[in-house]
Design a binder for this molecule. Structure first.
Ligand SMILES: *Cc1c(COP(=O)(O)O)cnc(C)c1O
Length: 402
């Protein structure tokens, strides 16, 4: 059959790991006249948002909002805890761990990186060794990425805390949950996390532009010992909602706040545990399809063991140039945009075209995942990429709960 009919007209589907699909209700909440930023409903709403952010982070401690993307939250967390010359330990499992370490260096800190590669989770034994070797407790913080979005590796943050406790190391445990908050189970207080950073455009379903830093009393004590913290990044006034509008160190991100209020309402209406369970089931359907495709072709899940995989993003290897060809075809012919491979091969290396990622975070349901998988399969057929038969049946069985 000649491929002479283009099927891209219709509602586009952006299946990349952030920004994620925005619910119509979030968009509607943002479509309004400019509100007063000094008094009135916006102020009360901000108080409720701060409390509810702490609720989804599972913490009784402080929640703060910054106007900026996830990188801003990285910098905010460091600016309050890491002084020039301070050391941090970074167990990296993909590009985002390495990126956070680079930011430490830019701020005058020293990052000791343990690189676990691009397909494997942190190995706790090696982290224990590094901490035990630091007898004079020079390491001030351990920077851990919960889900590294480039590799789709998910790390065991509770196990990392146990290792730190077993060694008796006093460093802060800081977690990047930008890709995992409201997707994968996360428990800030129960898992002993001192500082957590996140952002609004992934599991929280709001357009990019605001990010969050959560911190406990131990982290607040470290903040108090800092020689200086820039007024903009200082988390102290931001953690006190009574200080509105100092909270934002200037103009509030008005429309983002309306969008976020609605997104949080949607999450609580569904139930946070149910949100996690939905992400888990949808991820399992995707993995089931990928396993079948891989039985007779080049497609491979980047992370071998399901227990180390994110429920919000799936990184795949398919060989160059198949990855790029597939992404181009489904975008141009179906209106489906897949995630690019990130950090899997150096810039300029043709091997970069052998990777892609599927985003399945936030406002995603069973029919969207089935449609995305159907689109990927059509793309493999169109591009003559060999693949095993029956992948959609396997995914449908998982969706059906069989
Ligand atoms: C998206 C992401 C970031 C970066 O967030 P930006 O909003 O793009 O700055 C950092 N860490 C993780 C784990 C992410 O998924």
């Amino acid at each position: 059959m000649a491929n002479d009919v283009n099927l891209a007209q219709g509602r586009d589907y952006l299946a990349i790991p952030g920004p994620s699909v925005m619910p119509d209700a979030v968009l509607r909440a943002m479509h309004r006249a400019a509100p007063n930023i000094y008094a009135g409903p916006l102020v009360d709403m901000t108080h409720s948002i701060v409390a509810d952010l702490a609720r989804v982070a599972r913490t009784r401690h402080n929640a703060t909002i910054y106007i900026g993307n996830g990188h801003a939250a990285w910098e905010a967390a460091l600016a309050n805890t890491i002084a020039v010359g301070d050391r941090v330990l970074v167990p990296a499992t993909g590009s985002f761990g390495l990126g956070w370490a680079e930011m430490v260096e830019g701020l005058g800190g020293v990052a000791d990186i343990i690189d676990f590669g691009k397909s494997n989770p942190m190995e706790m034994g090696r982290i224990a060794e590094a901490l035990a070797a630091d007898k004079s407790h020079q390491i001030k913080a351990v920077l851990a990425v919960h889900v590294d979005t480039s590799s789709s590796v998910r790390n065991d943050i509770a196990a990392l805390r146990r290792v730190m406790n077993d060694v008796g190391h006093p460093a802060l445990l800081m977690a990047d949950c930008i890709a995992s908050l409201c997707c994968d189970e996360f428990e800030m207080d129960a898992w002993g996390v001192d500082v957590m950073v996140s952002a609004c455009q992934k599991g929280l379903m709001v357009p990019p532009g605001i990010s969050f830093v959560f911190f406990n009393d131990k982290a607040a004590q470290i903040r108090a010992t800092m020689p200086r913290v820039s007024r903009y990044w200082d988390w102290k006034p931001r953690a006190n909602p009574e200080l509105f509008p100092q909270h934002f160190c200037g103009t509030a991100p008005t429309h983002h706040l309306y969008g976020l209020r609605t997104a949080l309402d949607m999450i609580f209406e569904e139930g946070l545990e149910q949100v996690w369970a939905r992400h888990r089931r949808l991820a399992q359907a995707i993995w089931a399809a990928c396993d079948v495709w891989g039985q007779d072709g080049p497609l491979r899940l980047n992370v071998a063991d399901p227990k180390n995989r994110s429920h919000a993003v799936t990184a795949l290897q398919i060989g160059a140039p198949n990855g790029a060809a597939l992404q181009d075809w489904v975008r141009d012919n179906l209106g489906l945009t897949l995630g690019i491979g990130l950090g899997m091969a150096p810039p300029g290396d043709p091997a970069r075209d052998g990777f892609f990622r599927l985003g399945h975070m936030g406002h995603v349901n069973g029919q969207m995942v089935m449609a995305m998988l159907g689109g990927v399969q059509a793309g493999m057929i169109a591009q003559d990429i060999p693949h095993g038969r029956g992948a959609l049946d396997a995914a449908a069985a998982v969706i059906a709960g069989k």
